[in-house]
Ligand binder design. Structure first.
Ligand SMILES: *Cc1c(COP(=O)(O)O)cnc(C)c1O
Length: 429
């Protein structure tokens, strides 16, 4: 028996039908459609703290938090106030403003590997810029990425492994030139031998990695794996790019660089750095960053880059993220994970956590790479996710995503989520 039908969803259904006539698939980003769990999306009216309210008046505990940006929760007063203040002065000028300097300083101060930072409007753009910089700096074209790593919808990175290890990648989407895809090589995560072989064979411009992968669910790096990537890059004269669009300013004050103590050459940010408005950033050592126009020969630009409202939201958010906030976020994540593990114990389900992130995988053991995640019981997961929605708990509607705890989640939300999970697991199996 499924409880999702207990939700009032008349208004969502009407809006979804209209949206499907006007917007491909009714959504502006595919995962929102909830197809992986076999249902229609809910249309959201507003958010408050740890809660979402849909257009039919249902309330949900929100563990998606707009997929990461809302680390302080919905409508945090400090963030809203900062944006309102910026708003009053005008929306955009196409000229420098003080908040860009303040946000850049906040980033540089937190991340020792970052001497300078260029603001863009999305994580995708940040990665695109990092790749261009890496190619310019090395005079090479190939990039190595890991299976299950997501880096935005960039042609060269929407690829999947070719046949056999250490061969050129194939397009993973229609519309991607084979020639572009073939400039990328995909290797399994947590596999030092495969990476060593690929680095040696291809002498790439860069190795691009989510240091704490969260786009195949949370799959932490094995002990020493990031250090191995660093060594292999150094040996081959390749740059190391950390894509910290999710992990940046979430897993520690200085992101995964701080958490794991491995320094990349370039770092990309997104999500938390914009506090809920569209921001991405690329950061790195001064010499490398100053290859960017107007001082250098690598072109990059943006009409709304460093937008005043976006800078205000990002700055206000980072200012909330002091050591006490990270301790709180870790405690919330840890408590949620521990209690979920307890209720999941009778089932072939495991809970993998990292600071400020977790995934409930429908398999016995924590996966080490994409192939293992793909072995999860996706049907059982879909039943679980639908039942959780029916219980008023909004989790990512995909096995290949992370839950995003925030500073707005507390004991009450954890308790209700765990009670709901206990019932949802019974329905899933
Ligand atoms: C979300 C994400 C991106 C893409 O960011 P957008 O703002 O959606 O373009 C890139 N890399 C990682 C690791 C991400 O999680």
């Amino acid at each position: 028996m499924e409880t999702a039908s207990a939700l009032r969803q008349e208004r969502s259904k009407v809006l979804y039908a209209q949206a499907c006539q006007l917007i491909p698939g009714g959504v502006n980003s595919p995962v929102r459609a909830m197809r992986q769990i076999g249902r229609e999306p809910l249309f959201i009216a507003r958010g408050e703290g740890a809660y979402l309210f849909d257009v039919d008046g249902n309330r949900y505990i929100d563990w998606v938090m707009s997929w990461g940006p809302l680390i302080a929760g919905h409508r945090h007063p400090a963030v809203i106030e900062a944006v309102e203040e910026a708003c009053a002065a005008g929306l955009t000028f196409g000229a420098p403003t003080e908040r860009e300097v303040l946000l850049a300083r906040e980033v540089v101060e937190r991340v020792p590997a970052a001497d300078a930072v260029r603001m863009v409007c999305s994580g995708t753009e940040a990665v695109m810029t990092a790749l261009r910089l890496a190619r310019a700096a090395t005079g090479r074209e190939t990039v190595i990425k890991f299976a299950g790593g997501y880096h935005g919808h960039i042609d060269q990175l929407l690829v999947e492994a070719g046949s056999g290890l250490a061969t050129a990648a194939l397009p993973a989407s229609a519309g991607i030139p084979t020639a572009v895809a073939s400039q990328t090589v995909v290797v399994p995560f947590n596999d030092p031998a495969a990476l060593a072989e690929a680095v040696e064979r291809f002498a790439p411009a860069a190795v691009l990695v989510e240091p704490l992968p969260a786009n195949m669910g949370v799959v932490p790096p094995a002990e020493g794996f990031l250090a191995t990537i660093r060594q292999l890059c150094d040996k081959a004269g390749a740059l190391l790019i950390f894509d910290e669009v999710i992990s940046g300013f979430r897993v520690a004050r200085g992101g995964a660089v701080e958490l794991y103590g491995v320094e990349p050459d370039l770092i990309t940010f997104g999500k938390v750095i914009g506090g809920g408005l569209p921001v991405g950033a690329v950061a790195g050592r001064r010499a490398l960053m100053e290859r960017l126009a107007p001082v250098g020969d690598v072109y990059q630009a943006g009409t709304l880059a460093g937008n005043p409202l976006a800078m205000a939201a990002g700055l206000a958010t980072l200012q909330l993220l002091d050591p006490a906030a990270y301790a709180t976020l870790s405690a919330v994540t840890g408590a949620l994970a521990a209690q979920l593990k307890e209720v999941a114990a009778p089932y072939p389900v495991c809970v993998v956590e990292a600071p400020g992130l977790l995934t409930v995988f429908f398999r016995e053991e924590p996966p080490r790479n994409l192939a293992e995640v793909q072995g999860c019981d996706l049907e059982a997961f879909a039943r679980f996710a639908r039942a959780m929605l029916g219980e008023g708990v909004y989790i990512p509607p995909s096995q290949f995503e992370a839950w995003f705890p925030s500073l707005a989640h507390g004991e009450r939300e954890i308790e209700q989520t765990v009670a709901a999970a206990r019932r949802a697991l019974r329905q899933a199996f």
